[in-house]
Design a protein around this ligand. Sequence first.
Ligand code: NAP
Length: 283
Amino acid sequence: MPDARLVYLIGDPVAHSHSPLIHNAAFRAAEIRATYRARRVPLEDLAEAVAALRVPEVLGANVTIPHKRAVIPHLDALAPAAEVIGAVNTVIRQDDGTLLGDNTDAAGFLHGLDDEHELHGAPTLVLGSGGAARAVVYALLTELRPTTLTLAARSPDKAEALAADFAALGPDTALHVVSLREAGPAVRASRLVVNATPLGMHPRTDATPWPDAGDFGPAHTVYDLVYAPAETRLLREAAARGARAIGGMAMLVGQAAASFERWTGTPMPLGPVHSVLRDHLSR
Ligand code: NAP
């Protein structure tokens, strides 16, 4: 790559994002002459912001809230994960100038499960039914293939719609939907519990999607997609009862690594990225 290239983050807001830190550290470490820039784009400017990605200087973009669905009509093609999940977090400018939409959140989620084979087929519960839950359910049904997958949400109608959209992906998985209030038996019976709600996120760190921490034990892996703080109340309480706890930073880096590789054809240098993030978060 002889000339300096650009990657954008398109969203609103973007000021809080860790992505510029992650990708600029990775470009430096991989000696790739590229810069990652966050660009706040209100919805009325989305079409223009996407059109600006078609020039040869641009490698691609990340897309974040609230544009992950709205960006789709502005793209030329979708990768299978983005098609099924119904949301795009990564745009790749291809050599012919066309724009491919992909979703790397599912790959990022799996990145956090380093011994995922141990959880292959394990009964699983997902709390929440928003955009992140869709990526998680896609990853579960296509890779871990749980025998039982329960979706627990405060709006069960949304979880029912999610289950209906994805049912064909997991013919061997029994899919159930319950309200959050009724999720106790599924929490106790599951080996993997995933929080895909924002409960526990900074600044409301006293919140948790599952206050009945006595339901957790050593057989559980609890995976919280929330990454700020690194250890949420959910993870702290689950770990105190012997559960294995995984924080959202692993997914954040995993989805970034998958995007980086799609733009550059080069694996992300993970060591320098983790070190920059640790320094940043300890300040
Ligand atoms: P979203 O699309 O807004 O969905 C949020 C989900 O949480 C919805 O099901 C929502 O229910 C539910 N919810 C929100 N507040 C709730 C409450 N007080 N009680 C019960 N349920 C509640 O958001 P998202 O994009 O899926 O993100 C969810 C979380 O995952 C966020 O904290 C985000 O930062 C995190 N995330 C992390 C990564 C990572 O790389 N680590 C990647 C993506 C997302 P309703 O549908 O009823 O509103």
